[in-house]
Design a protein around this ligand. Structure first.
Ligand code: GSH
Length: 235
């Protein structure tokens, strides 16, 4: 059994998308990040960066003690290796997939996250910061669109590289983007959106989090963090 410590955000959806594809048995432990549950000592033990998702595999290959993992890219890679799915076995296919997985982790996630922050959440609307991240989002959409111009998926067949990127494209309107400007990306997006496993993953999220907006209290918890926040949690 897999224990998934999760909240209903893009990085959380990556993992439910994978698990729903494979049918691997799992249970969800919701971590309400707007309520500060990511600072619970029991969660910090498996996710020292106080971020979701984190996962515990109670039945790792070869037996032994459970294995815990944080960082969504590391979790996807672990699950792909565990199940033998969604990561090619040949050297070239595997390298391509891991390369695009890292591209998502280092670019698409962090930059679009800043876009959400400055465009939607920040109380002060800073034109420079908004333009910077909306433009960078636009550039990254362009990179993905070009990559998808002559292939169905990011790297070979549907893989963990696609599962990593898709949830970040879902809020494209909120990121100030128009999918019609990126026809290959749009075709890829619609194909993944229609997959039964994707539909199930997003339905699960809706059932777990019924609150659509972020409260001022949640903003304080999420956007006021310093090293002292983690130190205080350990006391
Ligand atoms: N690079 C990390 C990023 C994880 C991340 O930023 N998670 C957010 C939700 S999408 C979170 O847990 N935020 C809680 C907080 O900011 O305290 C990953 O991909 O797992």
């Amino acid at each position: 059994m897999i224990d998934l410590h999760y909240w209903t955000t893009p990085n959380g959806h990556k993992i439910t998308m994978f698990l729903e594809e494979t049918g691997l048995p799992y249970r969800i432990f919701p971590v309400k990040i707007g309520a500060g549950e990511q600072f619970k000592p029991s969660f910090l033990k498996i996710s020292p960066n106080n971020r979701i998702p984190a996962m515990v595999d109670n039945e790792p290959a070869g037996g032994g003690a459970p294995i815990s993992i944080f960082e969504s890219g590391a979790i996807l890679l672990y699950l792909a290796e565990k199940t033998g799915n969604f990561l090619p076995k040949d050297l070239r296919g595997r390298t391509e997939t891991i390369q695009w997985l890292f591209w998502q982790m280092a670019n698409l996630g962090p930059m679009l996250g800043q876009n959400h922050h400055f465009r939607t959440y920040a109380a002060e609307k800073l034109t420079y910061a908004i333009n910077r991240y909306v433009n960078e989002t636009n550039r990254l959409y362009g990179v993905l669109d070009k990559r998808l111009a002559d292939r169905a998926f990011v790297a070979g067949d549907y893989s963990i590289a696609d599962m990593a990127s898709y949830p970040w494209i879902v809020p494209y309107e909120r990121q100030g983007q128009n999918l019609d400007d990126f026809p290959h990306l749009k075709r890829w997006f619609e194909a993944i959106r229609a997959r039964p496993a994707t539909v199930r993953a997003y339905e699960k999220a809706k059932a777990i989090n019924t609150q659509a907006t972020m409260s001022d209290e949640a903003k304080k918890i999420l956007f006021g963090q310093t090293a002292a926040s983690v130190a205080a949690a350990a006391r």
